[in-house]
Design a protein around this ligand. Structure first.
Ligand SMILES: [Zn+2]
Length: 273
C-alpha cells in the first residue's frame, strides 16, 4: 500500500466517479495527488470549489480578499446568511471541509496581485481563474505562463458566459491570454457584475464547465479547451464555440518557444476548433 493509496472511506466516497472508465482508481489517485488553486471564491468559485472538493482534489487553495456581503448570496451559493461579514476564504473552506473530509483546503485571504501571484501559483499544479476583473486575470495569466501552469479561465456577465484554457507555455499552437487581449482592457470596457448584473445559474453553468476542465487536465483525458472558447447564452439556452489561434508576433507566446523549465503533470492532446 503506497502512501497515496485510497482509504476504504475514500473508496466509498468516490465510487460513483471511479466507475467511469476514463476515471478509475488511477484517476482518483491523480486527483488526490493534485494541487489546484481557485482564485475567486465568488459566483464562479462557488461551483468550481464545491465540485473540485467533492471530486477529491487533494489540495485546494482558495484565494480571495473579500468578505461575504448580502448582495453576493443570490449567486455565490457556497456562502450563506450565517457567513455575512466573514472572509470568503473562511466561509468557502469551511463548506469544502464539511463536504469532504478527505481533501486539504488552504486559505489565501488576500487579493492576487503582481507582487504575490508567482509565489502563490508556484504551490499548485493547475489554476482556475474565477475572478471578475481584467487586472487580476492578467496578473494570474502572467504567473501561470511563467511557471508553466495550466489556467482554466471562466467569465460570466448578465446572462452569458465563456470558458477557455490557457496553456501557451506548452508551445505549439496553444494561444495565450495576450493573443486574445493584446492590450489591457480599461475598466469601462469590462463593467463589473455590480454594474450590469449577472444571473446566478449562468455562473453555475460556466463554473461547472471549468471544474470539468480542471479534472480533465489532471486526469489527462478528453480534449482540452486550449485554443477554443466555449460560449453560453443563457437566454437562448445555446452553446457556441470560437477557435482562438496563437496571434502572430505575440511577444508573450514568443517566450514559450524552446524547452520549458516546468510543466504540469497532465498534458492532454490539444484540440482545435
Ligand atoms: Zn500569445
Amino acid at each position: 500500500m503506497t502512501e497515496n493509496a485510497l482509504t476504504a472511506e475514500e473508496y466509498a466516497y468516490y465510487q460513483r466517479q471511479m466507475v467511469l472508465p476514463e476515471w478509475g482508481e488511477a484517476g482518483q489517485l491523480r486527483l488526490k495527488a493534485a494541487r489546484v488553486l481557485v482564485v475567486g471564491a465568488g459566483g464562479l468559485g462557488a461551483p468550481v470549489l464545491q465540485y473540485l472538493g467533492a471530486a477529491g482534489v487533494g489540495r485546494i487553495g482558495v484565494a480571495d480578499g473579500d468578505f461575504v456581503e448580502v448582495s453576493n448570496l443570490h449567486r455565490q451559493v457556497i456562502h450563506t446568511m450565517e457567513d455575512l461579514d466573514t472572509p470568503k476564504t473562511t466561509s468557502a473552506a469551511a463548506r469544502l471541509r464539511r463536504g469532504n473530509p478527505h481533501v486539504a483546503v488552504v486559505e489565501h485571504m488576500f487579493p492576487v496581485t503582481a507582487a504575490n501571484a508567482a509565489d502563490l501559483v508556484a504551490g499548485y499544479d493547475v489554476v482556475a481563474d474565477c475572478t471578475d476583473n481584467f487586472a487580476t486575470r492578467d496578473v494570474l495569466h502572467e504567473a501561470c505562463f511563467a511557471l508553466g501552469r495550466t489556467l482554466v479561465s471562466g467569465a460570466a456577465q448578465m446572462t452569458e458566459g465563456t470558458v477557455t484554457t490557457f496553456a501557451a507555455f506548452r508551445g505549439g499552437a496553444n494561444p495565450c491570454f495576450r493573443c486574445l487581449y493584446p492590450t489591457p482592457l480599461p475598466p469601462e470596457v469590462t463593467p463589473s457584475c455590480s454594474m450590469v448584473g449577472v444571473a446566478g445559474p449562468v455562473l453555475t453553468v460556466i463554473g461547472g464547465l471549468q471544474a470539468m476542465e480542471v479534472v480533465k487536465e489532471i486526469l489527462g483525458i478528453g480534449g482540452g479547451l486550449s485554443g477554443r472558447i466555449v460560449m453560453y447564452d443563457g437566454l437562448s439556452a445555446g452553446f457556441s464555440e470560437v477557435p482562438l489561434a496563437r496571434r502572430a508576433g505575440c511577444p508573450c507566446c514568443a517566450k514559450a518557444e524552446g524547452p520549458h523549465r516546468e510543466k504540469t503533470k497532465a498534458q492532454p492532446p490539444v484540440t482545435g476548433g
